[in-house]
Design a protein. Structure first.
Length: 163
């Protein structure tokens, strides 16, 4: 089956728009953006879900509270989000994307930390724009800077690292 040139271009443009959306998200996280600016990136039923006690925050009000409270959790962060694996749906209107996260950060009351993990995002086109339906963060490490990242491994490599 040959995909028409117009469809191929539309799919490539979707890949680029998805990358820009995630880059904009990282910028908002790292610049202390107002909580409402995040809401523009999510569908109304959107969710942010994080393991290791970060919880599930579903819907506009829950997301607003989550992002408004983020300054209370971290006073500084630098999200390096790379290597997207983008799987567009057949109709090209939704996608599942996995990204790697590397994030030096300052955790309030606990000092500087290394944070790493994977984002598993579900996205769809809504009102002509790509938006997050669900952003799920699975942590590999949240480790104190001075102890090194091997001090707190959670991800799939944790069991092998312990042995």
């Amino acid at each position: 089956m040959t995909i028409a040139l117009e469809e191929r271009i539309r799919r490539l443009e979707s890949h680029e728009e998805i990358r820009r959306l995630k880059a904009h998200y990282a910028y908002l996280c790292d610049t202390g953006a107002d909580a409402d600016r995040y809401l523009e990136l999510f569908t109304e039923d959107g969710a942010w879900i994080g393991d290791h006690g970060f919880g599930e925050h579903r819907g506009t009000e829950a997301l607003r509270r989550f992002y408004a409270d983020s300054a209370g959790r971290m006073s500084w962060a630098f999200h390096v989000i790379v290597a997207p694996h983008i799987e567009l749906s057949e109709d090209g209107n939704s996608a599942k994307v996995r990204w790697y996260l590397w994030q030096p950060s300052t955790v309030n009351g606990r000092g500087d930390h290394w944070v790493s993990g994977w984002y598993d995002d579900t996205m769809r086109i809504e009102d002509g724009r790509w938006k997050f339906v669900e952003m799920r963060l699975r942590f590999a490490t949240i480790a104190p800077f001075d102890a090194g990242w091997s001090a707190a491994q959670f991800g799939p490599f944790a069991a092998s690292a312990a042995s």
